[in-house]
Ligand binder design. Structure first.
Ligand SMILES: [Zn+2]
Length: 144
């Protein structure tokens, strides 16, 4: 996906008010977790209303760091029964073990840290597995 260059603000409607801002710090709030500060972000923001968009790279960075942040926090409260092994997750979602690690790394699958390793959360594996069932349909998927 290509980055869109904003000129007019789509939020407040001001003309030519969008500017690139670099090296920003953002405090990310999530209802169930303590706030997380992320540095070195960039994006395009409106000089008038201050609303705007993160760059795709920054958006991915936020997702990745937020997932890690949530995982560290969840590690203290999630019980063993709620955690799946990476192999179990791979089988359930019909993807490779590497694919499971990739999803966790990109923040697309919830996980916790257990003994320094990332382990997927069973509930999220089940949700993702259901989704891929629908996508796969009747024919089995052989690679991408
Ligand atoms: Zn604006």
């Amino acid at each position: 996906m290509r980055e869109k260059k904003w000129i007019d603000c789509p939020v407040c409607g001001s003309k030519k008010s969008m500017r690139v801002r670099k090296n920003l710090r953002e405090r990310v709030h999530h209802p169930d977790y303590p706030p997380l500060d992320i540095d070195g972000l960039d994006g395009q923001f409106c000089d008038v209303c201050d609303d705007g968009f993160w760059s795709l790279k920054s958006e991915r960075k936020i997702e990745r760091l937020l997932a890690e942040h949530m995982a560290k926090h969840d590690s203290m409260r999630v019980v063993a029964a709620e955690i799946a092994s990476v192999q179990e997750a791979a089988d359930a979602m019909q993807i490779t073990v590497q694919g499971v690690h990739k999803m966790m790394g990109e923040g697309r699958l919830k996980f916790v840290y257990a003994a320094g390793r990332r382990l997927p959360i069973r509930e999220d594996v089940a949700a993702k597995a259901k989704k891929s069932d629908r996508l796969l349909g009747s024919t089995s998927k052989s690679g991408t």
